[in-house]
Design a protein around this ligand. Structure first.
Ligand code: ADP
Ligand code: TYD
Length: 207
C-alpha cells in the first residue's frame, strides 16, 4: 500500500504533462495501485471562471487570475466530495496535472514571486507533493505542439510568455530546493521513454 503519495506534474503549456499523467496512471493501475488523477484549473465553479478567462470569454487582471488560482487550489485540496486530502485519506495515490509551482511560474512573471508563494502557503502547509515532476521542453517545441492540435490559442499560450514562465519555474525550483522534492525530466523524447524514467523514480517512492 502507498503511504499517501501525491505526485504533481509541472511544465509549460504543451510540454506533455497530461500525456504523462495518463501513462503513469495506467502504469500504476496495472501494478495494482488505487490511483486518482486530477488537474488544475479544476472543473469546480472556481475553475470554470478561470477557464473562461483563458478562453477569452472573461477579461481579468493577472493579479485577479493569481487570486482565483489560490481559491481553486484550496477547493481542490479541501472539497468534501473529491478533494485531494480526502482521496489521500482513502488510500489513493493522487496525481495532479499542475499544482502550486504552476502559480509560482505563471504569475511570477507578473508580480513578485514571493507574493505568489506566500498567498499559496495555506496549500503548501496542507500538502506538499511527494515529488514535483517538471517535464521540460523549450517554448518553440511547445508552441508547435499547441498550434498543431488546436484552433483556439489560450491566454498565456505565446512563445515569449512561455519562455519567461520556463525561467520562472527554474527560479522557483532554486528558491525552494530545500523544502521541495523536484525532478526535472527531458520532455523532448518519445512519451514511452519519458514514462520509463518517471516510472523508475515513482517506483522508488513506492518502496
Ligand atoms: P500538456 O498537458 O503539458 O499541455 P499534452 O500532454 O496535452 O501537454 O501534449 C500536448 C501535445 O503534444 C499533444 O498533441 C500530445 O499528443 C503531444 N505530445 C505529448 N507528449 C509528447 C512527446 N513526448 N513528444 C511529442 N509530442 C507529444
Ligand atoms: P492547462 O489546462 O493545464 O493547460 P495546458 O494543458 O496547455 O498546460 O492550464 C491552463 C492554463 O492555466 C495554463 O496556461 C497554465 C495556467 N495556470 C496558471 O496560470 N496558474 C496556475 O496556478 C495553474 C495551475 C495554471
Amino acid at each position: 500500500m502507498n503511504k499517501g503519495i501525491f505526485i504533481a506534474f509541472e511544465g509549460i503549456d504543451g510540454s506533455g504533462k497530461s500525456t504523462q499523467v495518463k501513462l503513469l496512471t495506467n502504469k500504476l493501475k496495472e501494478n495494482g495501485y488505487k490511483v486518482y488523477s486530477t488537474f488544475e484549473p479544476t472543473d469546480s465553479p472556481i475553475g470554470s471562471i478561470i477557464r473562461n478567462v483563458f478562453n477569452h470569454r472573461i477579461i481579468a487582471d493577472n493579479r485577479t487570475i493569481a487570486g482565483l488560482f489560490v481559491a481553486d487550489r484550496l477547493d481542490h485540496l479541501l472539497n468534501e466530495t473529491n478533494g485531494i486530502l480526502k482521496k489521500i485519506e482513502e488510500g489513493y495515490i493522487v496525481i495532479t496535472d499542475r499544482y502550486y509551482f504552476s502559480s509560482y511560474a505563471y504569475h511570477g512573471v507578473h508580480m513578485p514571486m514571493d507574493w505568489v508563494i506566500n498567498s499559496n502557503s495555506m496549500s503548501s502547509d496542507l500538502l506538499k507533493p511527494t515529488i514535483n515532476i517538471y517535464v521540460d521542453i523549450c517554448p518553440d517545441e511547445s508552441m508547435s505542439r499547441i498550434t498543431k492540435d488546436r484552433s483556439l490559442i489560450e491566454l498565456y499560450e505565446n512563445k515569449e510568455y512561455l519562455k519567461e514562465v520556463r525561467e520562472k519555474y527554474f527560479e522557483a525550483f532554486e528558491k525552494l530546493k530545500e523544502q521541495e522534492n523536484i525532478s526535472i525530466i527531458d520532455g523532448n523524447r518519445k512519451p514511452e521513454i519519458i514514462l520509463d524514467e518517471i516510472w523508475s523514480q515513482v517506483k522508488s517512492l513506492l518502496g
